[in-house]
Design a protein. Structure first.
Length: 330
C-alpha cells in the first residue's frame, strides 16, 4: 500500500540526472589532468575510481565546486603517494619533502628529474584551485590544505625512513603516522574547501592538533582496510611495514591471518567513534561532519575485501559503472 510508482519513477529520474552531471564532471577531470600534466607512467591511472571516491564523499549537485576542487587535490595526493611508495629513492623522497615544506617554485629546478614533475604538479594544481576560488568569489582558505599537504609529505618521509632502516614500528607509532598518510586529514580539509558551510572556524577545527576524533576514526578505517586487504600485494616489493607486520611483531600474534582479525576489530571500534560523533551535538555544521562520515563510507566500499583502488577488480568496476556510467532503466 505504501508503494508509489510515480515516486519511484521520479527517484530514478533524479538519480539519472545526477549521474549525468557526475559523468560530465569526470570527463572534465580527465581533460584537465591530461592537458595540464604530462602522464606519470609510475602513477596509478585511476580517473574513474578516483572520481567514484569523490562522488561517494560529496555527491550532492549543489556541491559541484567542492567536487571540482577535491578531485584535483585527490589526484595530486595519489601522485605523491605513488612517487614516494613505489618510484623515488629514499634520498629523492627527502628532497621532495624538503621542497614541499618550503612550498616555493624555486625548488623545482633543485629537484632530481624523478621527482621534479610530482612537485611541479602539486604546486600547479594548488594554484589552479586558488584561482578558481578567486574567480568564484569564494573565501580562499587554501592555506589550510597546504598545511595538510606539508603534513602528508612529512608522513611519507617517515614511512620511507622506516623502510630504509628496515625498522618495524610499534603499532601505536605506525597508526599515529598512518592516520596522516591515509590521507584523510588532508582529504577532510580538501573536501571542505569548496563548501559554502565551511567557515574559518571549521577549517581550524579540522586542522587542530590533536586531530579531531571523527577524522582519526575515518582515517583509521581507511588505513587498516587498506593494509589488511592490500597486504599480500604490497609484500611483493620493498615496502614500509604495514599495520599487519607491526601487529605481528609487537603483539605476539603468530599468524598474519590472526592479525587481520584483530585489525578489523579496530575498524569496528573506529566506526563506533564515528557513529557516536554523528549522534552528538556537532562541533562543525552537519553538512561538513557528513563529509567525514562519507569518507569512511567510501573507504568501506573501495576496500571491501580487496584494494579496489590499486587493483581494479570486476567487483570494483561494477560499482564504478553503477554509480557513474549505467543509468537506471525507467
Amino acid at each position: 500500500p505504501s508503494h508509489s510508482p510515480s515516486l519511484l519513477k521520479f527517484a530514478k529520474l533524479d538519480f539519472n540526472l545526477v549521474q549525468a552531471l557526475h559523468l560530465e564532471e569526470l570527463k572534465d577531470f580527465a581533460r584537465w589532468w591530461k592537458s595540464h600534466h604530462v602522464k606519470a607512467p609510475f602513477s596509478r591511472d585511476r580517473f574513474a575510481e578516483a572520481y567514484f571516491w569523490v562522488v561517494a564523499t560529496c555527491f550532492e549537485p549543489k556541491y559541484k565546486f567542492a567536487r571540482k576542487a577535491f578531485k584535483k587535490f585527490f589526484k595530486v595526493a595519489s601522485l605523491l603517494d605513488d612517487t614516494c611508495d613505489a618510484y623515488a629513492t629514499f634520498e629523492e623522497i627527502q628532497l621532495l619533502n624538503e621542497a614541499i615544506q618550503r612550498w616555493d617554485k624555486a625548488c623545482i629546478d633543485e629537484l632530481p628529474e624523478h621527482v621534479k614533475w610530482t612537485y611541479k604538479a602539486i604546486l600547479e594544481t594548488f594554484e589552479d584551485v586558488e584561482q578558481e576560488l578567486a574567480n568564484e568569489g569564494r573565501p580562499i582558505y587554501i592555506n589550510y590544505v597546504i598545511e595538510q599537504m606539508k603534513l602528508l609529505g612529512q608522513g611519507y618521509k617517515q614511512e620511507a625512513t622506516w623502510c630504509h632502516q628496515n625498522y618495524i614500528p610499534t603499532y601505536d607509532e605506525y597508526i599515529k603516522n598512518g592516520v596522516i598518510t591515509s590521507p584523510y586529514p588532508y582529504g577532510t580539509v580538501a573536501t571542505f574547501l569548496g563548501m559554502e558551510e565551511a567557515t574559518k572556524e571549521a577549517f581550524e577545527w579540522a586542522n587542530q592538533t590533536p586531530i579531531p576524533k571523527p577524522v582519526v576514526a575515518a582515517s583509521t578505517i581507511l588505513r587498516l582496510l587498506n593494509d589488511v586487504y592490500g597486504h599480500k600485494f604490497e609484500q611483493n616489493r620493498k615496502h614500509v611495514a604495514s599495520a599487519v607486520e607491526c601487529y605481528v611483531e609487537h603483539h605476539g600474534v603468530s599468524k598474519e591471518e590472526d592479525s587481520y582479525q584483530e585489525l578489523l576489530k579496530q575498524v569496528e571500534n573506529a566506526w563506533k567513534d564515528i557513529n557516536k560523533a554523528m549522534l552528538q551535538p556537532y562541533a562543525i555544521p552537519k553538512p561538513l561532519m557528513t563529509r567525514v562520515l562519507n569518507l569512511a563510507r567510501a573507504a568501506n566500499e573501495i576496500y571491501e575485501r580487496e584494494d579496489g583502488y590499486t587493483i581494479v577488480s570486476p567487483t570494483m568496476k561494477e560499482k564504478v559503472a553503477a554509480v557513474l556510467f549505467k543509468p537506471i532503466p525507467i
